[in-house]
Design a binder for this molecule. Structure first.
Ligand code: ZN
Length: 133
């Protein structure tokens, strides 16, 4: 994997959390994007060369809604960038990690994404992202 690309944080109210993180980081979010297939609305902050992604559920059955129901708001995932997500997925499976999806999905911020099952990664949800070409 190339680098930490972003840190995902689950929030109940994106507008409120955008204000909070703007105050905390001293910068404004640079985009808001909805990923309808995942039932989330996201916003992004760039701090140094790492992004902070805030995630708000848009439906009750969204993975973010379920996460907040179980564990409350807070740190949700770490996303690492790769050049070739399919190659990385093969490698990752060979090494014994479990992938959440058989094929990469469309993510926010012009990315193809997949996740590693937290039970194989010390209970840290790890996202793998590749910039869409
Ligand atoms: Zn993410």
């Amino acid at each position: 994997m190339k680098k930490l690309e972003h840190i995902g944080i689950a929030v109940k109210n994106l507008d409120k959390s955008n204000l909070l993180f703007a105050k905390l980081l001293g910068i404004e979010h640079y985009k808001i994007e909805e990923v309808a297939s995942e039932g989330v609305r996201t916003s992004f902050f760039m701090i140094g060369d790492v992004k902070i992604e805030l995630l708000e559920a848009t439906r009750a059955d969204s993975p973010i809604a379920k996460f907040i129901e179980k564990r409350g708001e807070g740190l949700h995932h770490l996303a690492f960038e790769v050049d070739d997500i399919k190659k990385q997925m093969e490698l990752t499976e060979e090494e014994g990690f479990l992938l959440l999806n058989k094929a990469p999905k469309e993510g926010a911020d012009n990315k193809l994404v997949n996740f590693l099952h937290p039970k194989t990664t010390n209970h840290v949800l790890v996202e793998v992202v590749q910039e869409k070409k």
